[in-house]
Design a protein around this ligand. Structure first.
Ligand SMILES: CC(C)(COP(=O)(O)OP(=O)(O)OC[C@H]1O[C@@H](n2cnc3c(N)ncnc32)[C@H](O)[C@@H]1OP(=O)(O)O)[C@@H](O)C(=O)NCCC(=O)NCCS
Length: 333
């Protein structure tokens, strides 16, 4: 028998209805549509409204849609990995909450935290469970309610982020389709530039931390920007070289949507034209673990069996990486 590879056999995204436009942000902080558009590419983002609603609401919507579309009963799922930086609670895992919501009674479930690179890390991890033959149906869901940790008094970060989720089904392929290679990296020295100061075990929540607004994303934008441009481009070039791929071999670049300028720089370095780059930052902003599956979902109708895709991400940690995969089906969408 040939080697088993792990293929994406279904994709579904979910974004909440409320649209927070640049115009509305102009009424909240000292900013303007022109600045935000030119510096980031974001025009609007989605926000999950409603008391008590966390990332699991977004994730469960995406997975429910995925199961409906792929016609797979929830009981057949072996494993759910949820990549999130905004879990409903510190524990239990958001993956367990999603599994319970959708009735995945036979699945084990856990969260994976790698900030904006979490979806890639989770996809790579999940692929190993398939490749070893251990499991047949693994769901990877990226879900983030970034509005719960964004400071709407900080104009340099609140313009960037939005809420959203996306989920993929991974199944064995005997045709060699699906995930071909992954290069994942991290460098903890970057943590000083992008983190949340309080609410973890080092600095639990207190009146002081709340008064100091320490439960929000802290970002020193410029060093993060520089590291993101270099790292995402480097790792994408590295995975191309390692797999003997030239720009013409690549059907699509699927980049994390943090800033359009970072995406443009990555595509340029790879020699890939803009027409091959999935870009929806304009509509959703940075949904952290939602960005890559939301792109795949929106472009699903244009993907063809055998297409070579390069997925690339960069995020807090720092974490970054790239996955090379062969798309496994023609969509009827
Ligand atoms: C956050 C980010 C968009 C800021 O863009 P930038 O070009 O670096 O802008 P700077 O921080 O240098 O600020 C330039 C000026 O714009 C101002 N500015 C910042 N945010 C603004 C806003 N929303 N509206 C208007 N002006 C703004 C700054 O105050 C600064 O003004 P000054 O020159 O008078 O001091 C950019 O740094 C970025 O995208 N960083 C990386 C984000 C990222 O990839 N994160 C990864 C997580 S996944």
């Amino acid at each position: 028998m040939g080697k088993i590879t792990a293929a994406i056999t279904g994709i579904q995204g979910y974004v909440p209805d409320y649209i927070l436009t640049n115009k509305e942000l102009e009424t909240i902080v000292d900013t303007n549509d022109e600045w935000i558009t030119a510096r980031t590419g974001v025009k609007e983002r989605r926000i999950l409204k409603g008391e008590g609603k966390g990332s699991s609401v977004l994730g469960a919507e995406a997975v429910t849609g995925l199961l409906k579309k792929t016609n797979i009963p929830a009981e057949d799922i072996d494993l759910i990995i949820c990549a999130t930086a905004t879990p409903d609670m510190i524990f239990p895992s958001t993956a367990c909450i999603i599994a319970n919501k959708i009735g995945a009674i036979n699945a084990f479930a856990y969260d994976l935290m790698a900030a904006c690179s979490g979806f890639l890390y989770a996809l790579s991890t999940a692929s190993k469970f398939i490749e070893t033959g251990a499991y047949k149906k693994v769901v990877v869901v990226g879900a983030d309610k970034m509005s719960s940790i964004v400071d709407y008094q900080d104009r340099s970060t609140c313009i960037l982020f939005g809420d959203g989720a996306g989920a993929v089904m991974l199944e064995p392929s005997e045709e060699g389709l699906g995930i071909q290679d992954a290069i994942l990296k991290s460098d903890g020295s970057g943590s000083e530039f992008l983190h949340m100061k309080a609410g973890g075990s080092a600095k639990p929540a207190s009146h002081e931390t709340i008064n100091a607004r320490e439960h929000y994303v802290f970002q020193d934008g410029q060093p993060v920007f520089k590291a993101a441009v270099t790292s995402m481009a480097d790792v994408s070039e590295e995975i191309m070289k390692k797999n003997n791929l030239c720009a013409d071999d690549i059907a699509w670049l699927v980049p994390h949507q943090a800033n359009q300028r970072i995406i443009d720089a990555t595509a340029r370095r790879m020699g890939v034209g803009n027409e091959k780059v999935m870009l929806n930052i304009e509509k959703y902003g940075n949904t952290t673990n939602g960005t890559i599956p939301l792109c795949l979902w929106e472009w699903e109708g244009q993907l063809k069996k055998g297409d070579n895709l390069i997925l690339a991400a960069f995020g807090g940690g720092f974490t970054w990486g790239s996955i090379y995969l062969k798309w496994a089906y023609d969509s009827n969408k």
